[in-house]
Design a protein around this ligand. Structure first.
Ligand code: HEC
Ligand code: HEC
Length: 158
């Protein structure tokens, strides 16, 4: 029993995700957010956009990039709170977010990750423009098409 416990504890320690790596974003942990914001596309990690962007997105869900993604008040508030608390410019999240927010002015409210100067820069270097027309990719927002573990927060290896 004793050895079993030690093994279990050690196993747990060694499988703890290592987030102290700026290339791995913490995976989304909030169940409601995963359910509601993962219905049409991957649930984007909150660290990919600043607080003011999530606020703007959550305030305009019935007019969401051409779709009606509206939710009841309580659900909206719950998700909004989670996203804002873990945004690119809040607390520890700026560890990942500061890269994402490079070149974004405080007065700007970006609504797309894929329009952030850093994102555009990272994706212009290695990819030819024609890649976005491929039928298996379709959209810049389709992170999972190239970053196979994007929903786990991995973007470095594709
Ligand atoms: C009814 C379907 C639907 C739901 C539900 C939905 N979205 Fe979207 N979302 C879209 C569409 C469509 C786009 C545009 C995708 C594209 O450009 O390919 C989009 C784009 C986005 C983008 C911008 C992606 C980029 O280009 O950088 C963000 C951020 C986003 N959604 C967040 C959310 C959040 C947060 C929720 C949950 C509250 C949510 N979405 C729920 C349909 C949805
Ligand atoms: C057409 C394929 C493709 C799509 C779609 C795509 N990416 Fe990328 N992404 C790449 C490539 C290629 C690179 C540069 C090589 C690398 O660092 O892996 C890259 C780099 C990145 C980086 C920098 C990683 C680093 O090196 O630190 C981030 C962050 C990133 N992508 C996030 C995203 C997000 C978020 C989405 C969806 C909103 C997305 N990508 C969609 C191909 C893609």
């Amino acid at each position: 029993m004793k050895y079993f416990l030690i093994a279990t504890v050690l196993g747990y320690i060694f499988t703890l995700p290592v987030y102290a790596d700026s290339d791995r974003f913490p995976p989304v942990t909030n169940d409601l957010t995963k359910k509601e914001c993962g219905a049409c596309h991957m649930t984007f990690q909150p660290q990919l956009l600043p607080e003011r962007s999530w606020k703007a997105i959550m305030t305009d869900l019935d007019n969401h990039f051409g779709e009606d993604a509206s939710l009841d008040k309580e659900t909206t508030y719950h998700i909004e709170e989670y996203l804002m608390k873990n945004a690119a410019d809040t607390g520890w999240s700026s560890f990942w977010g500061s890269d994402m927010l490079r070149g974004v002015k405080k007065s700007q409210i970006p609504l797309r990750i894929t329009k952030l100067p850093y994102w555009v820069h990272e994706h212009a270097e290695e990819l030819s423009p024609s890649v976005w027309k491929r039928s298996d990719i379709r959209s810049k927002a389709n992170c999972l098409a190239c970053h196979l573990d994007a929903d786990q927060g991995y973007y470095e290896d594709d």
